[in-house]
Design a protein around this ligand. Structure first.
Ligand code: ADP
Ligand code: MG
Length: 420
């Protein structure tokens, strides 16, 4: 059982909450604030309980990794690289704190660091439900350290600042970091509403979904989706396999796939999955027609191929109308649907039809009373692009975390919130 903030003693307490404010930034400006908005219900609820103070902490990008990459790129192109300016524009919490302040209409104080005497001083001064945001947790190497003792030392420091720990950062729940998992060992720990909602919609898909359940798995590669395919096979009545990865399956069935995306090393894996599905009586729905192109580019012209034999020199970029009809029949017969991975190169308008249709059909399933859940960075981007976010039962805020949960893995950040 997940301990949630509804059962947490918050009044008069100092509360430290891990949020996932890892928002995309362009030159210091937030380009998508979904993650900040998603934490508002928990933040508002906590403030209504009159805590002594609310301390918020999050990572923002990966300062070390991002800087190394950007530096190498600059070096390669012979451009100067100003490390401090780069970090200031990409990893500092100031724009996030300012944006949260606007959304709440309430002062959000910002600490200059996430550790140290100044943080302790600012926390000691918190009264009457004031909000203090710590600086990027990943500026401190203990946050992600492989050494358990380093993570523990940092977790203990953060725990020393408060009476209660709340975790609403579903997007980082698959990481056993100091702020997402370590700290829960030193304070009473509770899940926020976002965390609770994510688990409440995603977990049933691998445990006890309303049946029949249909899983739609697309995206680029078999290698990144095989674990989720195997996991969903347990409860699905039909498994729709679309997108780039479907071509490895079609090749495994003996079809010609032209220059479509293909993973030679996964032919055997594909064959095994097809056999396992047969044994379990799960329908595998592969495409039956395609939109193909001569090159992988935004201005490539779509050519229609009926059937599954793609000529030499052509690559499958999207599913065709007969496949969409088939999807419609299968998806609308479901009581629950889980969707991870676009069924075509939806970023290119000429090849977006399949993915847009899937989004519309899943929305129709929601309207008919089905439980519909979308996870995965690009699938969520697709649902947003077609303006259908509000027509799904749940759209996950966590890419990697939702995938791992659907793979049937235990997420360290979630385990840490369960009643001991
Ligand atoms: P998600 O982020 O939702 O888990 P993935 O990252 O697995 O999804 O895959 C998304 C990518 O798969 C998209 O960028 C999309 O363009 C690509 N893709 C979908 N269909 C094809 C295809 N037929 N050929 C090449 N790439 C494809
Ligand atoms: Mg992706």
């Amino acid at each position: 059982m997940l301990n949630t903030i509804k059962n947490a003693p918050l009044t008069g307490k100092k509360v430290i909450m891990r949020v996932d404010f890892n928002v995309p930034l362009k030159e210091g400006v937030i380009t998508d604030d979904t993650r900040i908005r998603s934490a508002l219900p928990s933040i508002k609820y906590i403030l209504e309980q009159s805590p002594k103070g609310l301390i918020l902490m999050s990572h923002l990008g990966d300062p070390k990794k991002d800087t190394k990459k950007a530096k190498e790129k600059a070096l390669q192109s012979g451009l100067p690289f100003d490390e401090a300016a780069y970090i200031n524009g990409k990893h500092r919490m100031a724009p996030v704190a300012a944006h949260l302040q606007d959304l709440l209409g309430k002062k959000v104080l910002l600490a200059p660091d996430s550790v140290g005497d100044e943080v302790v001083r600012l926390v000691n001064e918190l009264t009457d439900g004031a909000i203090l945001m710590l600086e990027n947790t990943r500026f401190n190497s203990g946050e992600t350290s492989k050494e358990a003792s380093e993570r523990e030392a940092l977790a203990k420091f953060w725990a020393s600042l408060a009476d209660v720990y709340v975790n609403d950062a579903f997007g980082t729940a698959h990481r056993a970091h100091a702020s997402t998992e370590g700290i829960a060992h030193f304070l009473p720990a509770y899940a926020g509403f976002l965390m609770e909602k994510e688990i409440c919609y995603l977990e049933p898909m691998v445990k006890n979904p309303p049946k029949p359940m249909v899983a739609i798995i697309g995206g680029a590669k078999v290698s990144s989706k095989i674990a989720v395919l195997e996991s969903l096979l347990e409860n699905a009545s039909a498994l729709i396999i679309g997108g780039g990865m479907s071509y490895t399956f079609l090749k495994a069935q003996g079809h010609s796939i032209g220059t479509s995306l293909f993973e030679e090393d996964f032919i055997d894996t594909a064959k095994k999955l097809l056999a396992a599905a047969k044994e379990k009586n799960v329908d595998i729905i592969l495409p039956v027609d395609h939109q193909v192109a001569a090159t992988f580019s935004a201005d490539a012209v779509a050519e229609y191929i009926s059937g599954n034999d793609i000529p030499d020199g052509k690559m499958g970029m999207d599913v065709g109308p007969k496949t969409i009809e088939l999807y419609k029949k299968v998806i609308l017969s479901a009581k629950s649907v889980v969707w991870n991975g676009p069924v075509g190169v939806f970023e290119f308008d000429n090849f977006a039809k399949g993915t847009e249709s899937v989004a519309r059909i899943v929305a129709e399933c929601t309207a008919k009373g089905g439980m519909t859940v979308v996870g995965g960075g690009d699938s969520v981007a697709a649902v947003n692009k077609f303006g259908l976010k509000d027509q799904m039962s749940h759209v996950s805020t966590g890419g990697g975390a939702s995938l791992e949960l659907l793979e049937g893995k235990l997420l360290p950040g979630v385990v840490a919130l369960q009643s001991k």
